[in-house]
Design a protein around this ligand. Structure first.
Ligand code: SF4
Length: 363
């Protein structure tokens, strides 16, 4: 009697767990197939991407000097992703991708439904991440994030001194951001939360180089899971003033190979438009919209649609003369997939040399 009354609630939870485990196994087995598709130059029958990047908004509250959004170089229309569109994208992609970020350009904490987005990912068994400048991370939001089911958070604090930080993160207040982050990690530690994984991030640039070591030492605190020293991203070298901020490290990519992003990652901007990667911040290269003319949302069809096929073909032929911003990009060399590892948004050459890097933090 007791057993039969318990079954209706017990069964769905068990089935959901089984479904997640099966999904995880299948996606793991797909990794070598994906790698083969990449290595053999398959353009049309590429297995679904491993990672989904969703731009919750391209609006930001800061004017950071290394960021095309902050410098007003990103001139796309501003907006917030519609929650209904978001749900359809997640419905279609959650069975296939291992993780999604809820930011590309812009500050995700500005999205009025960010917590609903995180909850929806959790409900669909999809690991979600955000990268935030932490200026809006007050106590209320901190507690909500800790209870939300978010998988990972990147807290971006460039510098150990107010003058360094405030020169870089224009419109932000060092003491306030610092206090927000310290309170967040304290709450995480005190509450015994296992998630989200907390990444404290500093971007390697001319202005921060002298403070990186101190930063890494100072932020080894309970509640901080990882300290990421993110290599400088020139965003495909499109903005001269941003290029000038690059620290001189002597690292230049070797022989060009097709960009792995086109076989492994998909990026959807707030209005549904598809980007080759975040470096195409103004959508110079048209890859269409996940929403078709008849209103139907089709993320996977676009993944192997004619425009993606053509872009992959051009990369394979190294015919990038008219493909902006890939033609000026050096960040394609940040990673190369292997049969069993496709995560990556870091400078692989430097990691081989034993230096730290960041997998997915942007901002
Ligand atoms: S080559 Fe550069 S701009 Fe083009 S998809 Fe790869 S990382 Fe992005």
């Amino acid at each position: 009697m007791t057993q039969s009354t318990n079954l209706p609630t017990y069964q769905p939870a068990l089935l959901a767990k089984l479904e997640l485990a099966t999904r995880w196994q299948r996606n793991r087995l797909l990794e070598p197939v994906k790698w083969l598709a990449y290595e053999t130059g398959q353009t049309r029958f590429v297995p679904p991407p491993s990672r989904l990047y969703i731009e919750s908004t391209n609006i930001c509250n800061l004017s950071c000097i290394m960021c095309p959004t902050g410098r007003k170089e990103q001139v796309r229309k501003k907006g917030y992703m519609d929650f209904e569109l978001f749900k359809i994208i997640v419905d279609q992609m959650a069975p296939w991708v291992q993780a999604t970020t809820l930011h590309i350009w812009g500050e995700p904490l500005l999205h009025p439904r960010l917590f609903d987005m995180i909850a929806y990912c959790r409900q669909k068994g999809l690991h979600s991440e955000i990268s935030t400048n932490a200026t809006l991370l007050n106590e209320e939001r901190a507690r909500k994030i800790l209870d939300s089911g978010l998988g990972a958070i990147y807290l971006c604090l460039d510098g150990m001194r107010p003058e360094t930080y405030e020169q870089i993160r224009v419109n932000a207040d060092y003491e306030k951001t610092n206090a927000n982050i310290r309170r967040f990690v304290e709450l995480k530690h005190a509450g015994g939360y296992s998630a989200p994984l907390v990444n404290l991030q500093i971007i390697e640039m001319e202005k921060t180089l002298g403070e990186v070591e101190e930063f890494v030492r100072a932020w080894r605190l309970p509640g901080v899971d990882r300290i990421s020293v993110k290599p400088f991203d020139s965003w495909a070298g499109q903005v001269t003033d941003i290029n000038a901020l690059r620290p001189e490290d002597g690292q230049r990519p070797a022989r060009r190979y097709p960009c792995p992003n086109l076989w492994y990652h998909t990026h959807v901007y707030w209005d549904g438009r598809i980007a080759m990667c975040d470096r195409d911040f103004n959508l110079l290269y048209d890859l269409g919209n996940v929403r078709s003319a008849d209103g139907t949302v089709r993320v996977l069809e676009n993944w192997n649609g004619p425009q993606m096929q053509e872009l992959r073909r051009r990369h394979l032929a190294n015919d990038l003369g008219s493909v902006s911003p890939c033609d000026s990009c050096t960040e394609w060399a940040w990673w190369k997939p292997t049969p069993f590892r496709s995560r990556g948004n870091y400078n692989a050459a430097r990691l081989e040399g034993g230096e730290s890097g960041s997998d997915h933090g942007d901002s």
